[in-house]
Design a protein around this ligand. Structure first.
Ligand code: FES
Ligand code: FES
Length: 162
């Protein structure tokens, strides 16, 4: 095993890993940040999505050793970015019931965050495309899209009053 250093949500983690361990596995099972979900573990469901250097990736397909030196953001880091409060996307998912079991939710929210960071006023079609690679086994898609649209509006309004 080799020890690697990972930067996750602005914290440093030194963790021994085997070369074939995925980033999703290391983050969940070795570091204990279980907000990142492992569903298919073969790149087809999106539940393991996190932000690597600002871009959403499927962490089940990324080797942990290849993530050294990158800025990794998981769902646990969103509050820190929002002064310790729930992020507007998290609030909107609660308000709009954008989840049932919640398994797909962290990946959906991080994909949506990437969209809104780059496009604060997306169309519904653009929201659908942003979460296109994400499966919700509970079929909550309509409410998820609504939550993301409402979060976008909340964030635009907050920006306008600053
Ligand atoms: Fe990674 Fe499904 S667990 S895409
Ligand atoms: Fe259950 Fe999406 S809320 S998988």
């Amino acid at each position: 095993m080799n020890a690697i250093s990972l930067k996750i949500n602005n914290e440093g983690y030194d963790v021994p890993v085997k070369p074939h361990w995925s980033l999703a596995y290391v983050i969940r099972e070795k570091i204990g940040l279980t907000g990142t979900k492992a569903g298919c573990e073969m790149g087809t469901c999106g539940s393991c999505t996190l932000l690597l250097d600002g871009k959403p990736i499927f962490s089940c397909l990324r080797m942990a050793i290849d993530a050294q030196g990158s800025d990794i953001r998981t769902i646990e880091g969103l509050e820190e970015e929002n002064d310790g409060e729930l992020h507007p996307l998290q609030e909107a998912f609660i308000q709009d019931h954008g989840m049932q079991c919640g398994f797909c939710t962290p990946g959906m929210i991080l994909a949506a965050k990437h969209l809104l960071d780059h496009n604060p006023d997306p169309t519904e079609q653009q929201v659908r495309e942003a979460i296109g690679g994400h499966l919700c086994r509970c079929g909550t898609y309509v409410r998820i899209v609504k939550a993301i649209m409402n979060a976008a509006e909340t964030m635009r309004n907050a920006q306008a009053t600053q």
